[in-house]
Design a protein. Structure first.
Length: 131
């Protein structure tokens, strides 16, 4: 039996001011699960809002169509990331100053790749701590 909307996990707010720790990145729904359970339009809307918040803070160089295309690209390439991982990657990316003039998909993608490397290093250090 398919679950109803009341059974779906709530999506975290799309704010970049929420405190997220590295230990939190494995929690929250994955982008793929949002697509599966709520539909692609909902997933694109949520990721678009995250990108739009960053876009506003970077001078609003991307219009709505470009933000939406970036969201679709992120869903395609990074769909198994959790919502918390995406929020943390964008927030950390903005805080590290690697924007080089304006926010673009390649910049967002670099932030997500950099964040994945940090997440893997964190997971490895946690694994070593259990031995």
């Amino acid at each position: 039996a398919k679950s109803g909307p009341q059974d779906l996990p709530t999506l975290p707010p799309c704010t970049l001011t929420t405190e997220i720790k590295m230990a939190d990145i494995r929690t929250g729904p994955s982008l793929a699960s949002i697509v599966r359970e709520r539909g692609e339009a909902m997933a694109v809307a949520w990721v678009s809002e995250v990108i739009q918040n960053a876009n506003l803070l970077c001078g609003s160089a991307m219009d709505h169509k470009v933000v939406t295309m970036c969201a679709q690209m992120i869903l395609d390439r990074f769909k198994f990331r959790t919502t918390n991982a995406l929020l943390m990657a964008v927030k950390d990316g903005m805080n590290n100053g690697k924007i080089y003039g304006k926010l673009t998909y390649p910049v967002l993608s670099e932030w997500l790749i950099d964040h994945e490397e940090k997440a893997e290093a964190y997971a490895y250090s946690q694994h070593l701590g259990t031995k």
